[in-house]
Write a protein that binds this ligand. Structure first.
Ligand SMILES: Nc1ncnc2c1ncn2[C@@H]1O[C@H](COP(=O)(O)OP(=O)(O)OP(=O)(O)O)[C@@H](O)[C@H]1O
Ligand SMILES: [Mg+2]
Length: 278
């Protein structure tokens, strides 16, 4: 079975700007992949190519094995753009109805109610977009992306306007979708959020994929520090598993040990390192 999304040697040039410089990435079915990277790294460009909104300059992009932008590919995706603006005069329910028409969803009122409940807007069915806070609009945007039960969800910074509770709602929602087998490609600058929710993380920098792996793989342990009477001894790259041997050796050499600390790097360290080395 082809991956939910895959791209190979993907390139995009806007005039002299190289937004993507040969990116290989895949998102398995039901997998939640976080796409990180500094401003201008090419995250939105990649997402727009996956949607068929932007044409690649080179390489391949496929959704469930169909070329990105084809009718089959578009039928499989749901998308929330980074900078979106819905017509202010529509109510939440009307907006979802419009998108049901656009996606030929026959889910009716039941789908609309279910989606609004899912994003915590159950009480805002009749509220007009104009009268919604930014965070409410963003949650409505996520509900809109879910119209027609897509199998691949492309979310470009879906929680940038949300308060901590709203982010929690979206995180729980993403876990719930994963349970239902929906694949998600999530662009975000919120490292802690990515760490909590994503199966895998890919880091883009200047249009290139500079690091990829599970959050745990990226946030590798970095050193063991041992506090002795002679000061703190550092064992670079040692892990928790090395602690007994290190301690045994030091004790055998006559050292007194007052403390041991396993220093691990966070996803933020890994990110800064991957991006700074470019
Ligand atoms: N329509 C466009 N025309 C010209 N250049 C563009 C266009 N869209 C994006 N770019 C350029 O392509 C590069 C990648 O932009 P992109 O929006 O994909 O980055 P991003 O990783 O999503 O950044 P951010 O975190 O700020 O959203 C940038 O240098 C940007 O200026
Ligand atoms: Mg962007």
């Amino acid at each position: 079975m082809p991956a939910a999304f895959s791209c190979r040697a993907l390139e995009k040039r806007y005039g002299s700007t190289r937004a993507l410089a040969g990116v290989d990435l895949h998102v398995e079915r039901g997998e939640l992949v976080g796409l990180l990277g500094p401003n201008g790294a090419g995250k939105s460009t990649l997402t727009k190519i996956a949607c068929g909104l932007v044409r690649a300059s080179g390489g391949e992009a496929e959704v469930e094995g169909a070329p990105a932008g084809s009718t089959e590919a578009r039928a499989a995706i749901g998308y929330l753009a980074e900078l979106f603006r819905f017509p202010g005069w529509l109510s939440a329910g009307e907006l979802l109805r419009l998108h049901q028409r656009l996606t030929s969803s026959d889910g009716g009122a039941r789908e609309r109610d279910e989606l609004l409940d899912l994003v915590g807007l159950g009480d805002a069915r009749a509220t007009r977009v104009d009268a919604m806070s930014k965070g409410m609009q963003q949650r409505l945007g996520i509900a809109q992306a879910l119209v027609g039960a897509p199998r691949l969800l492309l979310l470009d910074e879906p929680t940038s306007a949300l308060d901590p509770i709203g982010r929690r709602v979206v995180r729980d929602l993403l876990s719930e979708l994963k349970g239902r087998g929906v694949a998600v490609l999530l662009n975000s600058h919120l490292l802690s959020e990515i760490e909590l929710v994503c199966d895998r993380v890919a880091i883009l920098s200047r249009g290139e994929l500079v690091s990829a792996g599970t959050p745990d793989e990226l946030a590798q342990p970095r050193a063991v520090e041992v506090e002795t009477a002679d000061g703190v001894l550092e064992y670079p790259r040692a892990t928790r598993d090395d602690v007994p041997a290190i301690v045994a050796e030091l004790v055998a050499d006559g050292h007194e040990i007052f403390g041991v600390r396993v220093r691990s790097s966070t996803l933020e360290d890994a990110y800064l390192e991957a991006v700074a080395s470019r």
